[in-house]
Design a protein around this ligand. Structure first.
Ligand code: KIV
Length: 271
């Protein structure tokens, strides 16, 4: 058995232990088999099949259009690649806000048809009943507060949330409500670092930040953004670890030129 096969699987309990020990949690998004396999072999802790697939895979302006069927297709592809990471799947817009029964039915479809380990939903007190109901079926739930992209038309802009005292107070209350409802972790998106730190030290479950400073229990980025495949999205919090856009474009241009000049395929590349 390889070392990789013998690695302990990441569970929601492992994430809790990591918080207790002060070990940071690394989470990235993935939407397909090949990418998920690389992330898992690199030993990422959590893979999020995010509804950001709506933007980076399907080319929509927002996360709103992606469907439950689309998310199930992406999640099942990811799960087939993963041996170690915890796989969390976003409940897409319109599949849980109606009522808690709808939230449960959507979550059951995700778990049954993909083999994923948990679901994520956006919102605070307004989704607490749904969190409890989903949990009643034994499905772990991750929360998501701050800039919640499914509410972009309510916010009207992607600017930092909870800078004002009232919104910050509500966010802290929502974090406590989600913890009480049973969430195993909460994503904090684009909020002041000081507030994220306060939430992190107040609640016992792990916080995973994106644009929320360095004091959360973990970090998450969209894989296409951190690899530099997307070019148009450049918020302050985004660290690009590569410029894959340029690398892929360069490779494709070389291929085109090789085909045109007939230097590909050569004699060794044929039968
Ligand atoms: O959909 C997504 O990728 C997300 C992360 C940005 C947290 O929700």
């Amino acid at each position: 058995m390889s070392v990789y096969n013998s690695v302990r699987r990441v569970t929601t309990h492992v994430l809790n232990e990591m918080k207790l020990k002060g070990e940071k949690i690394a989470m990235l998004t993935a939407y397909d088999y090949s990418m998920a396999r690389i992330l898992d072999e690199a030993e990422i802790d959590v893979i999020l099949v995010g509804d950001s697939a709506s933007n980076v895979m399907a080319g929509y302006d927002t996360t709103l259009p992606i469907t439950l069927d689309n998310m199930i297709y992406h999640a099942a592809s990811v799960v087939r690649a993963v041996k170690r990471a915890l796989v969390v799947v976003d409940l897409p817009f319109g599949t849980y806000q109606g009522n808690s029964k709808e939230a449960l039915v959507s979550s059951i479809r995700i778990m049954k048809e993909t083999g994923a380990h948990a679901v994520k939903l956006e919102g605070g007190r307004q989704v607490a009943e749904s969190v409890e109901r989903i949990l009643s079926a034994g499905i772990p739930v991750m929360g998501h507060l701050g800039l919640t992209p499914q509410s972009i038309h309510k916010f009207g802009t992607y600017v930092v949330r909870a800078k004002e005292e009232e919104e910050a107070r509500r966010l802290m209350e929502d974090a406590k409500i989600l913890e009480k409802a049973g969430c195993f972790a909460i994503v904090l998106e684009k909020i002041p670092a000081r507030l994220a730190e306060e939430v992190t030290s107040t609640i016992r479950i792990p916080t995973i930040g994106i644009g929320a400073g360095g004091k959360t229990d973990g970090q998450v980025l969209v894989i296409h953004d951190m690899l530099g495949i997307t070019q148009e999205f450049s918020p302050r919090f985004l660290r690009r670890y590569h410029n894959l856009y340029a690398e892929i474009k360069g490779a494709v241009q070389t291929y085109i030129s090789d085909v045109r000049s007939q230097s590909f395929p050569n004699e060794k590349e044929q039968y």
